[in-house]
Design a protein around this ligand. Sequence first.
Ligand code: SF4
Length: 387
Amino acid sequence: MSGGFAVYVHVPFCVRRCTYCDFPVVVGMGSAERSRYLDAVAAEWASEALPAGPVTSVYFGGGTPSLADPRDIGRVLEAIGGRAPIQAGAEVTLEVNPGTVAAGSLADFRQAGVNRMSLGVQAAQPHHLRQLHREHTVAEAHLAIRQMRRAGFHNVSVDAIYGLPAQTVREWRDTLACLTSWEPEHLSLYALQVEAGTPLARAVGRGDAVLPAEDMAGDMGDLADVLLPSLGYRRYEVSNFAQPGRESRHNQAYWRHQPYIGVGAGAHSFSGPGPDGARRWWNVRHVRAYMASALAGKDPTAGEEHLSRTQLAGEFLWLGLREAAGVSESAFREVYGRSLPEAVPGVVEGLVAQHLLWRTGGRLGLTRRGFQISNQVFERFLSPNLG
Ligand code: SF4
């Protein structure tokens, strides 16, 4: 595939571990070691085999990338641009946690080349923030947005989570009202995932944390769909809403099966589809083991898998169906070499008849009801079901 590739940089420092988090992060890393970590990222990048074409987006995710020195972020961007041209106007996102960044640093991140900020807010109620071990207040989150605006950022996303322990629909409505009153260009609204081995999973197991009933969590998921369009946000993906033209280009690269290179501890990379399928590979998750390996000039890859064309076709469908615009049937044929009716006989027709999919103009996508039970729809397209 031509057309360039996306770059993900994992920045694994956090002030404190949130109760629901199972990402590879280190708490309490000092500034010298944080800089050293970004040296390791630059070293890994220098020896990566790169796909063809320019870099279309860069995403510094974490972790808490806003704890990094802006000069180190600038250095990594220079290293990236030194090996592959960064497309003019490429989206360059940095994840920020409220309270972790000074107003002056925001201007420095902008100077370094960051042009989009993604702010993790998660909830607008102090008791939920405390329970999640989030190290910030709602007021600090609001202040961070105002400071971002002053620093010249006109593309800001906020994240929130619904389905929290003991959360009510009313509280979720208040969270949405609070976040939208700050007028971000983009919102990512995720259903809580209870990951095995996290403090949250243990609290749920002990009965100390009680999750909302499934239908209540479903009502919370629907609420954004009802409230946000009148405020100028369009749901363009299962969990994402944006003002027109502010959709996340980096995430679209993932959903559209474009190649991406991930650098940093635990980061994943994807070759993009080829005639024989595709390759996906990932780095060592342990942060200091990753650093030791990359700084010694060794390959920090921990594993890889080959995706057959059948697996790719299944992924292409369920990733593409996450987007409101759905997938193109002709693009599917190009990836897979067979038409949809040949690959999954009767499945599309059945889902259309159940009003879970729409099919028009050579595209198919999820209906509103389909979005509500998207995981059940995606299961119908997993590769074992592809003929
Ligand atoms: S800030 Fe994000 S990455 Fe860090 S511990 Fe919390 S959820 Fe995990």
